[in-house]
Design a binder for this molecule. Structure first.
Ligand code: SF4
Ligand code: MG
Length: 330
C-alpha cells in the first residue's frame, strides 16, 4: 500500500517549572493513502500532541520535538523551514478540531471565510473562489449553499458548523486530514452523520485521515486501522478487526471493556482502575504495570519489546513475548 505519511520514533517533550514532561515517547506509524487511521487513548496519552507535532503546531517553547521524523513527500516535516511548513498546512495537510467555534471567526460570514481561504491558497479570482466555495458546501451537505454563504457562524447548528470546518479543511484538496475529536461536542445522531460524511469525502477525494479520539464507538464506525496510545507510546496497533475482535494488550482490553455495549447489562461495564503514570518521570518498565492485573516482575523492570502478530497487528506487552521468561529467570 502506498504510504502518505511516515512517523518514525517521534519524541515530544514540554519543559515546565516542575521539570520536563515526556508527552510522546517514541511513536512510529505509517498512514496509507485513502485510509482512516484512528489514534485512541485516554486524555493526556499524547494523541493530540502527536497530531499537532505532525503539523508542527505544538507551542514551542515549551514544547519541542526532541527526536524522530515525520516523512511526507520525501521531506522530513520536523526539519523543514517554518515558511515551508506554513505552505504545507491547509494545502497538503489540514486539521479540524472539536469545537468549530474556536476556529471560525464569529464576525465574518462563512462564505467570506471559505472564499478567503481559497484565494489565499490558490491565488484564483474571487468569482472562481466563490464557485469553489459553493461546490465545497454542497460536498459537505449544507442545504441552500448559496444563501448559507451569507450567514455568520452562530446562525448554524453545531453539526452544520462542523460541516463548514470540514469544507474549509478540504478546499485545497489536502492529502492528509487530521481530525482531533471532531464529533465529541455533537449529539449521537449528528455525530453519526458527520462520520458518514468523512467516509463519503474519503471515497470522493482519496484523502488519508488521522482521527484522534477517546471514543471507541467512533473508531468502530470509521477506522480502517487503530493505534492505541498509552502514556506517550503506541502500545498496540492493528486493523479495526484485529483490535476489536482480537485485542492483545491488557490496556486495549480494558478500553474495550469500559465501552457500553448494547448486548450487555449496564453493570457489566468494567472501568479501568487507577490512572496513567506521571510523565515527568515515566517508569522504566511498562507504564501500565500499576493498573495491570497480569503484571509480572519483569514488567516494572523493563519496557517490553514490540511483538508482531500479523502484518499490521503489533503489541508491546511482556505477555506476548517469549523473551519475558528468560528475563524472569535472571
Ligand atoms: Fe501488563 Fe506487563 Fe503487559 Fe504491561 S507488559 S501490559 S504490565 S503484562
Ligand atoms: Mg486532545
Amino acid at each position: 500500500m502506498e504510504k502518505t505519511l511516515e512517523v518514525k520514533d517521534l519524541h515530544v517533550a514540554f519543559s515546565t517549572y516542575g521539570g520536563e514532561i515526556k508527552a510522546v515517547r517514541g511513536v512510529s506509524f505509517d498512514l496509507y493513502k485513502g485510509e482512516t487511521l484512528a489514534i485512541v487513548g485516554e486524555s493526556g496519552c499524547g494523541k493530540s500532541v502527536t497530531s499537532q507535532s505532525i503539523m508542527r503546531l505544538i507551542p514551542s517553547p515549551p514544547g519541542k520535538i526532541t527526536n524522530g521524523s515525520v516523512l511526507f513527500k520525501g521531506r522530513d516535516l520536523t526539519k523543514v523551514k517554518e515558511s515551508e511548513m506554513r505552505e504545507l498546512r491547509g494545502a497538503d495537510i489540514s486539521m479540524i478540531f472539536q469545537d468549530p467555534m474556536t476556529a471560525l471567526n464569529p464576525t465574518i460570514t462563512v462564505g467570506e471565510q471559505i472564499i478567503e481561504a481559497i484565494i489565499q491558497h490558490e491565488g484564483i479570482s474571487r468569482k472562481n473562489a466563490k464557485e469553489q466555495a459553493l461546490d465545497m458546501l454542497k460536498l459537505v451537505g449544507i442545504p441552500n449553499p448559496k444563501e448559507r454563504l451569507r450567514h455568520y457562524p452562530h446562525q448554524f447548528s453545531g453539526g452544520m458548523r462542523q460541516r463548514i470546518m470540514i469544507a474549509m479543511a478540504l478546499v485545497c484538496e489536502p492529502e492528509v486530514l487530521i481530525a482531533d475529536e471532531p464529533t465529541t461536542a455533537l449529539d449521537v445522531t449528528i455525530q453519526a452523520q458527520i462520520l458518514d460524511l468523512f467516509k463519503e469525502i474519503q471515497v470522493k477525494t482519496g484523502v488519508s485521515i488521522i482521527l484522534i479520539t477517546h471514543d471507541l464507538g467512533v473508531v468502530a464506525q470509521v477506522a480502517d486501522r487503530v493505534a492505541v496510545m498509552y502514556a506517550g507510546k503506541i502500545v498496540e496497533a492493528g486493523t479495526r478487526r484485529e483490535i476489536f475482535y482480537s485485542p492483545q494488550h491488557p490496556y486495549t482490553k480494558g478500553l474495550l471493556n469500559s465501552v457500553p455495549r448494547l448486548d450487555l447489562e449496564d453493570d457489566e461495564l468494567i472501568p479501568i482502575m487507577g490512572s496513567p503514570p506521571d510523565l515527568f518521570a515515566p517508569p522504566a518498565g511498562c507504564p501500565f504495570t500499576a493498573r495491570c492485573e497480569h503484571a509480572m516482575e519483569v514488567c516494572s523492570r523493563a519496557y517490553p519489546f514490540q511483538t508482531r502478530l500479523t502484518e499490521e497487528h503489533h503489541v508491546e506487552c511482556w505477555l506476548q513475548d517469549e523473551r519475558a521468561k528468560a528475563l524472569l529467570a535472571r
